[in-house]
Design a protein around this ligand. Structure first.
Ligand code: DGY
Length: 339
């Protein structure tokens, strides 16, 4: 009997998902969360045929150097700025991500941050839990936030998640503006009740500005001090995209000095560290990159990641047809080299 190919899973995953992987592979799965150094990553990837990695694992040319065994890298996430896809392609390694399955959950969470930041839910809860309510003589005009319904929602990056956020705005009777590299088809604009505007217009008009664009070198600090200065002082900024899209230091200054009412942030520059000035502000809601973390969605992401590994390595019903490859041309090269 020939030995099963080997897969390394860099993060703890659902046991039943790992069991499914074990039907075809010899699986080495990390049992505890750990941030792998580039050297550790290089060593782990050198000894396996496929890997399931997380957003903290940066798979680049240096990590892949001299690796002649690895065939597949499946990312547990839709964003794949942790993967150097060109380097993977050059090395003949198939890369995949997990699009679609998390769209609606991330859209839900963007709304959770909008509502919490706009209506000061977390700050009020901290105050209540600290025991300040009894005897506080809370005034009729204490804890005022801004309304969400009837306001203008601005979306920067109108992919699937942006569209999901826009669709939800209908129930809140909001006007929806968006800015994107390209205009959406009219049918989609109509379905989302969304109007394309320039980035400048978006910044000036939005009461709630939600960022949902991918992280690329061009998108670094797309929202910095000059952009924040153009926004309404009553506006709320929400980032569910990637750290680094916002200049966190500039955001902290804007929030502290009242140039912006509030922010809801799920992602941070240099996470898991969070800029200390953001940590100390009351008008920002912070969460640890959990926008996709619903039970159903995290399971669906794990399932999709391993479906890619199983199919790309030639197993299962979809053998040879991984569902969401990032560089499918690599598989043609595999086929050509076998012929
Ligand atoms: C993604 O999939 O890119 C999300 O950020 C994960 O939560």
């Amino acid at each position: 009997m020939t030995a099963k190919p080997k897969v390394w899973v860099s993060r703890p995953l659902f046991p039943d998902v790992l069991a499914r992987l074990s039907e075809h592979f010899d699986v080495e799965a990390e049992a505890v969360e750990h941030r792998h150094t580039p050297d550790e990553l290089k060593r782990k990837l050198a000894g396996v045929d496929a890997a399931v990695v997380g957003l903290a694992d940066r798979v680049d040319a240096a990590v892949l150097e001299g690796n002649h065994r690895l065939k597949v890298v499946a990312n547990l996430g839709v964003g794949f700025n942790n993967l150097d896809v060109d380097a993977l392609t050059r090395a003949g390694i198939l890369a995949s991500n997990t699009p679609e399955v998390l769209t609606e959950s991330v859209a839900d969470f963007a709304w959770a941050l909008m509502l919490a930041a706009g209506r000061r839910v977390n700050a009020a809860e901290r105050w209540l839990r600290a025991g300040h309510w009894p005897g506080s003589h809370m005034r009729f005009d204490d804890w005022l936030g801004g309304d969400i319904h009837g306001r203008t929602l601005g979306i920067l990056g109108m992919g699937r998640i942006g569209q999901g956020i826009a669709r939800r705005a209908f129930g809140f009777d909001m006007r929806v503006l968006y800015h994107n590299r390209s205009r959406l088809p009219e049918t989609v604009e109509r379905e989302c009740h969304a109007t394309l505007v320039s980035k400048d217009e978006l910044l000036r008009q939005a009461d709630f500005l939600v960022l949902v664009l991918p992280f690329t070198p061009e998108n670094r600090h797309v929202i910095g001090a000059p952009e924040l200065a153009r926004m309404k002082r009553s506006a709320v900024l929400v980032n569910v995209a990637r750290g680094g899209i916002v200049d966190d230091a500039a955001l902290a200054v804007a929030l502290r000095e009242g140039h912006l009412a509030a922010a809801g942030l799920d992602v941070f520059e240099g996470e898991p560290s969070v800029h200390p000035d953001l940590m100390s502000l009351e008008n920002v809601v912070l969460s640890p990159h959990i926008a996709s973390a619903s039970e159903e969605t995290r399971r669906a992401m794990a399932d999709l990641a391993i479906d890619n590994v199983i199919a790309a390595m030639g197993f299962g019903e979809s053998a040879g047809k991984p569902p969401t490859p990032l560089n499918p041309a690599v598989m043609n090269r595999w086929a050509a080299s076998k012929a």
